[in-house]
Design a protein around this ligand. Structure first.
Ligand code: ADP
Ligand code: TRP
Length: 423
């Protein structure tokens, strides 16, 4: 989707911005900015009109990367973009060069409330979700419809949903910048899922590795479990998402989404945007048994474990029986792989050298890992406890997130309904 001036030809000639309430050239910090409501009357060239109050706590789509603390730059860019065809003066061009291009990428991802979140979820997905907050528009949801394929206890489900919300907030999700919500608070996704399922070949879902894997592990093959990727496609497509930040085990589901969207578009016209998976550098994070860390395999290191329980899990990481004094291969060691996630290249290399030199016992390596975990998550543990004591706040965040998400999902679902003749 382009927000460039090229669309201006088709747009009426609107004023881009009403005066903002702060002084010209006033520099304000991101924190101050987030507290202000800026009266902005703006119309995006070539796109639908947006008139009203833009509250930067709520709507970050207007703030280009890196300039969140300079309202003036944003304001000037908006008006310049609109007028740039007519007023390409050297001064304007210089100013435009100084201002980074507006990023309006939309990020969307979901995480199932199927158990306690662990280091695999953190390094595979959550880290990216938090980082994306300043890169664009972000929507993160708690995939409770998906979790219904495995969890059949309402109390457990409710507790898990709360746990995911609190985990995100404690780790730094800013509800002013990202919409955090429960999947089931946006019923449009189930409506859209049906439209998508009607164009989804059975064979496509039969090839889904995660379905085959779950069935092989003894999970009953319900229709819900089988159609899981079609619901996930609806989640992604309902928000016109550009990027889907996930761990690499989810790549196939994003490919399935693109396939389904492509078929729908082929049949009914350009209804859906084709999203892309966004992976970070962390490979699949291993669990304490060396297999992929997963809530369902019971091999996770919980993000918020502390004290003795944490010590017990870390000390229980499976290692081989090489004696302490012998050289060891760092790359084949789960403890080393986990340690690497917390440190920079130099520290990683230093630890690898200690492995190779011999004399480092696995117990000492585990202690080093334990320290890193405590150092990284210690501050968030306190924040988490505060949030657990304030359930009303957490509910408000989820409600507000759902409201914002639902508005987008309704528009896209209506577009799809209309395209296939549902009125
Ligand atoms: P789990 O397998 O523990 O049930 P989910 O399927 O809910 O986890 O995954 C939530 C997100 O975390 C997804 O984006 C997934 O790719 C990522 N993720 C889960 N486990 C790992 C792992 N071991 N390594 C990397 N990413 C992971
Ligand atoms: N299937 C994902 C997982 O198990 C969760 C999920 C559901 C999801 N809907 C999504 C992830 C949409 C990304 C986008 O991790």
């Amino acid at each position: 989707m382009s927000h460039g001036a090229s669309g201006a030809a088709t747009a009426p000639n609107p004023p881009m911005l009403a005066p903002t309430r702060h002084k010209a050239n006033e520099k304000i910090t991101a924190r101050q900015l987030s507290r202000r409501r800026l009266p902005v009357v703006a119309r995006r060239p070539g796109l639908t009109a947006r008139i009203g109050l833009v509250n930067p706590r709520r709507d970050t789509r207007w703030w280009p990367r890196g300039t969140r603390n300079s309202v003036e730059l944003v304001a000037e860019r908006l008006s310049l973009r609109h007028n740039e065809r007519r007023r390409r003066t050297p001064g304007n061009r210089r100013l435009l060069r100084k201002i980074p291009a507006m990023s309006t990428l939309r990020y969307l991802s979901g995480i199932q409330p199927s158990g306690t979140l662990h280091l695999g979820n953190y390094f595979g997905a959550i880290v990216q979700h938090l980082a994306n907050q300043s890169a664009g528009d972000s929507y993160y949801f708690i995939a409770n419809y998906h979790a219904l394929t495995t969890i059949r206890d309402r109390e457990v489900m409710a507790a898990n949903v709360r746990d995911v919300a609190v985990t995100y907030l404690a780790l730094g999700l800013d509800p002013a910048r990202s919409a955090l919500f429960r999947q089931s608070d946006v019923p449009e996704v189930t409506e859209l899922a049906w439209l998508l399922m009607t164009v989804t070949p059975m064979g496509l879902l039969e090839r889904a590795v995660s379905y085959k894997d779950k069935v092989a592990r003894g999970l009953g093959a319900s229709v819900g479990l089988f159609t899981y990727p079609a619901l996930q496609a609806a989640d992604i497509l309902a928000y016109d998402s550009d990027r889907v930040p996930v761990g690499s085990d989810q790549v196939q589901h994003i490919e399935i989404t693109r396939d389904i969207a492509g078929t729908f578009n082929h049949l009914y016209g350009e209804v859906f945007k084709l999203p892309e998976a966004q992976l970070n550098e962390a490979p699949i994070v291993p669990g304490v048994d060396g297999e992929k860390m997963s809530k369902s395999y019971g091999n996770g290191i919980p993000i918020f474990a502390t004290g003795n329980p944490l010590k017990k899990v870390v000390m229980g990481i499976k290692t081989d029986s090489t004696p302490m004094e012998d050289p060891k291969d760092p790359d084949g060691c789960t403890v080393f792989q986990l340690f690497s996630l917390f440190v920079d290249a130099d520290e990683r290399e230093a630890m690898a050298a200690r492995y190779r030199a011999g004399g480092l016992g696995y117990g000492a390596a585990k202690k080093a890992l334990l320290e890193k975990i405590e150092e990284r998550f210690g501050p968030a543990v306190e924040k988490r406890n505060e949030l657990l004591a304030d359930p009303d706040y957490v509910d408000d965040v989820l409600r507000d997130g759902a409201k914002r998400a639902r508005a987008v999902a309704r528009t896209v679902t209506d577009r799809a309904r209309d395209a296939c003749g549902m009125g």
